[in-house]
Design a binder for this molecule. Structure first.
Ligand SMILES: [Zn+2]
Length: 331
């Protein structure tokens, strides 16, 4: 409502006429498409194809859209003239190829796709889709969990989407040291057998990734199995980093030395994680807890990204405009 009001009263336009900060804003999308049509996690949809197209048109009109090469140059000390925007997409769902890629290519814009290599070309279901599926099909409407601590979730009262978001948040917490135990308990409580894969392909395949690369897109690692890195030993963290990088470089025949941390919140990577990445040949990594990147203040292993989540066009404009003049912020 606030965004619509700002749009109607001309406040958004006024905001857009203010001088932009010299800053690098990195936007992160996940799935593109209709969130209501999936039996899995609706919360992982960032925009419909139409919304995504309108975002790209808007960004291109207002800002310089950066390429990965330009980001490396900024990391190396190149200065920025105004606000630059880098577009990134995580997880490598098939819709990144069928919906996002044609839109990006039609506008001549590059995006960086971060791929979890174990899922590429498969119908494997990642944990967030498994959790959301069980909740959508749950026989019980009142879910009581005892691990990692006693908690009750009301699917009828609070709504499936809200409960799904809450339970996914709990799952990613450091207190859940045994993710398998959490999933088993949820499976029993929902009285739904846990799916591990589906017959149809959920993720883009390597041929499609190479097609995207030929079309100007760039790639990075999102680890191999998309586990939260801080829940793994240093040895396993190195393995995730090394293995995914080897697969990406072999399949794409190009150097890959950037990574986006799975989940990407502050507790999802540590000094140990950064050491594992440095030891396995990475030169930069991207987080996901918000914030923009001011030249001279950018930490190469904590490059900040803002998540885009199912926003109206008015809100997307207001939010992006606000970030461009303040260099930070969210509402
Ligand atoms: Zn991810």
């Amino acid at each position: 409502m606030l965004a619509r009001l700002c749009d109607q009263t001309g406040l958004t336009r006024a905001l857009e006429s203010l001088p932009q900060r010299r800053t690098l804003i990195i936007l992160n999308y996940h799935r593109i498409g209709n969130a209501d049509e999936t039996p899995f996690d609706s919360g992982v949809f960032s925009a419909t194809a139409e919304q995504f197209d309108s975002h790209i048109v808007y960004l291109k009109r207002r800002f310089h859209i950066s390429t990965l090469e330009e980001v490396f140059a900024i990391l190396g000390g190149d200065s920025l003239r105004g606000t630059s925007v880098l577009i990134t997409l995580d997880d490598g769902y098939l819709d990144n190829y069928t919906l996002a890629f044609p839109i990006l290519r039609s506008h001549g814009v590059q995006a960086v796709f971060f791929l979890p290599t174990a899922f590429i070309g498969t119908g494997k279901l990642p944990w967030w889709d498994v959790i959301a599926y069980m909740l959508k099909k749950s026989v019980k409407k009142r879910i009581q969990l005892e691990y990692p601590e006693h908690a009750i979730f009301d699917l009828l009262g609070e709504g499936g989407r809200a409960v799904s978001t809450q339970i996914l948040r709990v799952f990613t917490q450091p207190a859940v040291k045994d993710p398998e135990r959490f999933l088993e308990e949820l499976e029993k409580e929902c009285e739904v057998s846990r799916p591990t894969s589906v017959d149809e392909r959920c993720f883009l395949n390597w041929g499609e990734a190479r097609d995207m690369q030929r079309g100007g897109m760039a790639f990075g690692s999102h680890t191999h199995s998309h586990e939260i890195l801080t829940k793994l030993s240093p040895e396993l963290q190195r393995k995730e980093a090394r293995h995914s990088r080897e697969i990406l470089e072999r399949e794409l025949n190009r150097r890959v030395d950037i990574l986006a941390y799975p989940v990407g919140l502050k507790h999802c990577f540590s000094a140990e994680t950064i050491r594992a990445l440095e030891e396995t040949g990475y030169r930069a990594a991207f987080s996901f807890y918000g914030g923009s990147n001011r030249p001279g203040e950018i930490r190469p292993f904590d490059i900040r990204r803002f998540g885009v989540a199912d926003l109206s066009y008015a809100r997307f404009r207001l939010q992006t405009g606000f970030r461009a003049i303040t260099g930070a912020g969210s509402f």
